[in-house]
Design a binder for this molecule. Structure first.
Ligand code: NAP
Length: 349
């Protein structure tokens, strides 16, 4: 049993910030005591500054907290989660890390910096060793990040295949509207429709996948040397990003052996029994028409990635479908799991 530590959320009033507030409620290791946002909200009670847009009501204890502006220093806890607007996250997250805070960020701003871990705890827990390289910046704290929401689904779906040598990936997404924040895509555009463009998403998915599945090399990550092509589409689904994937593998492997790899896949967060780790991080579904966003995105508290329809691909070697909850496993839940791994490794001391 770990001692509870105080944590804060930068950008706590926004959509992702609210997901953090909800996800951290009742957390056994982390106690949310500090909420930060812009000058517009600072000084107000959280309930006053926030238009609560999630299911269920705002946690009562948090409703009464006073929102602070996002300045590092005495009042903010050592561990802060970041859900800030991307236009301000670069500088503010840096200032917090410099001042000795550990920033576990959901924003895209620092993900691709050479000494910043882009973590999926099941796949690359050793990438946390990059935090030591951040000391060269003169920071007393550090920044760790989680991937873009669609990349989490893809990389977790690929994880059991990694030992067989991934050489080529073609991934096509069907992404939920909640991934675009609030108010997001106008209803007139998305109802009964599919939008075959999400700004910046395909490039992010390609380079983030290569970094996440790459190898730790001292002060940087050697990217996975796989060719990757992403097609990203917005579809009229509320929660849950689905990805159909074709993969070429270096090793010859039978479908039976590959299925076994999926069914038995487990990793560090499960062995360490981290509080937010799903029992089955990759849940293989044998039904021919699963997974489906409405039915499966919420499995294991939204932290399990569901996979199905693994079969031969006539163009590459194998193909399958995977799905994850974009605002939980793809955002707040991912960052909290990252922080749990850091805490259990003694990296927040
Ligand atoms: P959002 O609803 O617009 O919230 C933005 C938050 O940033 C608010 O708390 C806002 O505070 C705060 N903020 C704005 N300007 C600030 C400043 N100058 N100083 C300090 N705080 C400031 O955005 P969101 O949809 O939650 O997204 C937040 C981040 O997560 C973005 O970087 C986004 O790309 C990323 N992301 C979003 C999703 C998603 O599903 N929406 C998924 C993955 C990643 P005020 O309320 O005071 O303005």
């Amino acid at each position: 049993m770990k001692k509870k530590i105080e944590v804060g959320v930068l950008g706590a009033t926004g959509m992702v910030g609210q997901s953090f507030v909800k996800f951290l409620e009742g957390h056994p290791w982390f106690e949310l005591t500090w909420v930060g946002a812009s000058d517009r909200s600072a000084g107000k009670k959280y309930a006053e500054a926030t238009s609560w847009r999630l299911d269920g009501s705002m946690p009562e204890r948090i409703a009464g907290l006073t929102v602070t502006d996002c300045k590092p220093g005495k009042s903010a806890p050592k561990l802060v989660f970041s859900a800030m607007d991307a236009s301000v996250a670069t500088e503010i997250e840096r200032e917090f890390a410099q001042a000795g805070h550990f920033v576990v960020s959901n924003s895209k701003n620092h993900r691709m910096e050479e000494d910043v871990p882009l973590l999926v705890p099941e796949i690359n827990p050793d990438h946390l060793r990059l935090l030591a390289a951040q000391k060269k910046r003169g920071w007393k704290g550090a920044i760790a990040t989680n991937p873009n929401c669609s990349t989490v689904a893809l990389t977790m779906g690929l994880a059991p295949m990694k030992p067989f040598g991934i050489e080529k990936i073609i991934a096509t997404t069907m992404q939920a509207i909640s991934g675009a924040g609030y108010p997001g895509v106008p209803s007139m555009d998305i109802m009964g429709n599919v939008i075959p463009f999400i700004g910046g998403e395909e490039g992010k998915m390609e380079i983030e996948t290569q970094k996440i599945m790459g190898e730790f090399a001292g002060d940087h990550i050697e990217p996975l040397p796989a060719k990757m092509s992403a097609h990203c589409n917005r579809v009229p689904v509320v929660d849950g990003h689905m990805v159909t994937v074709s993969v070429a593998l270096r090793e010859k492997v039978t479908l039976k052996d590959l299925l076994h790899a999926y069914e038995t896949y487990t990793s560090v967060p499960q062995k360490k029994k981290l509080p937010s780790a799903p029992g089955k991080p990759v849940l293989y579904m044998h039904e021919e028409n699963r997974p489906q966003p409405r039915r499966d995105a919420g499995r294991e508290n939204g932290m399990s990635v569901t996979v199905g329809r693994l079969r031969h691909c006539p163009v590459l070697d194998y193909k399958f479908v995977c799905l994850s909850h974009n605002t939980i496993r793809g955002a707040a839940g991912a960052a909290v799991l990252n922080a749990e791994l850091m805490y259990s490794d003694g990296l927040l001391d």
